[in-house]
Design a protein around this ligand. Sequence first.
Ligand SMILES: [Zn+2]
Length: 445
Amino acid sequence: MKINLFLFILFFPHLLMSQSLRDSKQKLVTLSEESINNNEANLFTFSLDFKHETPFHCASVAWTENHEGEKPYSHFLFSFSKDSAKWTPYESLFSDEHAIDIRDQFATNLLFFEKEYQFVKVQVVDENGKVRQNVSEIKINFFSPGMETVSNSLQETVSEKSSCACPQPKFKSRVDWRCPQGPTSPSITTVSHLVVHHSAGTNVSNDWGAIVLAIWNLHVYTNGWADVGYNWLISPDGTLFEGRGGGDNVMGAHFCGKNSGTMGVCLIGTYTNATPADTMMAKLSEIFAWKACQRSIDPNTQTFHASTGFNLFGISGHRDGCATECPGQKVYDQITLIRKTSQNKVLACSATATKQWPDGLEWINIRPNPISDIESYLDVYLSKTVPFLFQIINMDGQILMEEKPLIQTGINAISLKNMANLPKGNYAIKLQFGQKVVTKTVVVQ
Ligand SMILES: [Zn+2]
């Protein structure tokens, strides 16, 4: 019997893991056009029966509306009660800029409410507070994340092999924050731009894992997406959470449908008027430095982002590519500082990495990477004149170009403009300093 149990644990550890999932509760309600039209006040009352241990409850709405112009006419008023006798004042919930990008379909962000409230009134109203009748379907999603049953430590992961030594920061994985599902058919993208967001939700919580789970639930059940939209999320206490599943370079859903080439990081909270915490901003520059270093992204340089058709900085705000206030004015006020801090971290990591490097080579950088049809350079920073052989090699190992550049101390900018004529794909740039070799991957788009 003991042996059987041992084998069970050996081969099915995920089944044991599922026992430590949160005790989440969800109530999904669909109101048809008929039921909306038959309800003259457009006022609906629900009993949740979420009587369990949980840090909070939250609600969100998705709806279909016949309308003109960018924004929907409708929004929603919520009132809560413990006993269905005494009710809270109404709170408004509007359509969210991060949500669905389909004509006539809208979704709100999360509305958080206290776990003691078991009864909810929802009213559909227009901008003047009057009842609308042009809404054809409303889906209301009530969610309660449940309590964390097992505390766990941060996972350490090994980053992609790279000539840069910026480590991937430790993070809470999807297992750590109790994501109920694995990745759903993830697509991989070549990351060239790093995008910062805010969640436009609560700035206060004693259970950030529960907030991440609630954002996942919003994106999956209200927005109807395959998975959480952001690649990473950071809570105000500086904890980094893994977002969309599928590993490094997975394409998220956070940039108005133009996600290819991006990695999206969400600062949890609303930073329209609130100043973001230093610990959170430090973690943001850490994750940006890791990715910028790995993908040779220059945070301070604008490069073409094909999906949006804009020239975007290596580190940009959501509002730089889409019509939104995100990442909040107080974060956006710091965007130059975020770029500078991230870049400084990359340079500091590169300096550490060069200890195992050829004597005299301080750092190398390709700008921009991926290479498109604009001027591209390999910058080689030398602290003394050490000659090297420069090669461009394709994935079959063929040497496509080879030269011994004329060098000087300081930055040597080697033009890569001929690479723009190569077929799209990955190439290696190889620098040979006597016996020591440094390689870097470059992408032609
Ligand atoms: Zn955003």
